[in-house]
Design a protein around this ligand. Structure first.
Ligand SMILES: [Zn+2]
Length: 210
């Protein structure tokens, strides 16, 4: 059985356990197609707003907004900027993004790392994911879900304004567009009341424990 399947079973078992305790459960989950369409739309909209903000703030008249001249003026430098840099940056940002979900959750709930979160690649959803294994208060889940967009999305966006640097802005975009699903998750969560929330490892959703 794959790790992903093991987690799905663990998730089912936890729900069964709560039901045995007499608690009521409510599952909220979005279909994958909606997650991609809404998530990417929200992400692109936010990135466009940040782009507008950047141009407005910098006045769009600064030089050296990209890499230094020494890289842009050489063939190897251009290849590195056009191909190698974006791929490496996106790869590292995805890892950092998922790690921030897990790390913030781990700090907030305490205990052992392996009991708190799992980072992996979902073959069924075809994307990297982080499962917050423990049920937690709504606020804890919201902070953990929003942590990457705050640190890597808006953090890098702020840095791009300070440095007047479009490369840093592009890195912020990668994270903002990639965090659309996270924002969708929080929207969904804010619409429901619950004592405890259990993250759903099978897709974008959660189980409310009353
Ligand atoms: Zn995320």
């Amino acid at each position: 059985m794959s790790k992903e399947q093991q987690h799905h079973e663990q998730f089912m078992y936890m729900q069964y356990h709560y039901e045995q305790l007499g608690l009521s459960l409510k599952s909220i989950k979005l279909p994958t197609s909606k997650v991609y369409i809404y998530g990417i739309s929200i992400g692109i909209l936010l990135a466009m707003l940040c782009h507008f903000g950047f141009d407005f703030y910098t006045g769009n008249n600064r030089q050296h907004m990209y890499f230094g001249d020494y890289l842009e003026n050489s063939i190897i430098g251009s290849i590195a900027i056009s191909f190698v840099f974006p791929l490496v940056a996106i790869f590292l940002l995805i890892i950092a993004h998922e790690l921030l979900h897990a790390l913030s959750f781990h700090i907030l709930v305490g205990g052992k790392w392996r009991d708190n979160a799992y980072l992996g690649f979902s073959t069924s959803l075809f994307c990297p994911y982080c499962w917050l294994k423990k049920p937690a208060k709504k606020a804890v889940i919201i902070i953990s879900v929003l942590c990457p967009i705050i640190v890597l999305g808006f953090g890098l966006f702020t840095l791009s304004l300070v440095l007047y640097n479009r490369t840093v802005l592009a890195l912020a975009f990668v994270n903002i567009v990639g965090s659309g699903g996270d924002i969708l998750y929080v929207f969904l969560l804010l619409r429901h009341k619950s004592k405890l929330v259990l993250d759903d490892p099978t897709g974008l959703g959660f189980v409310l424990v009353q």
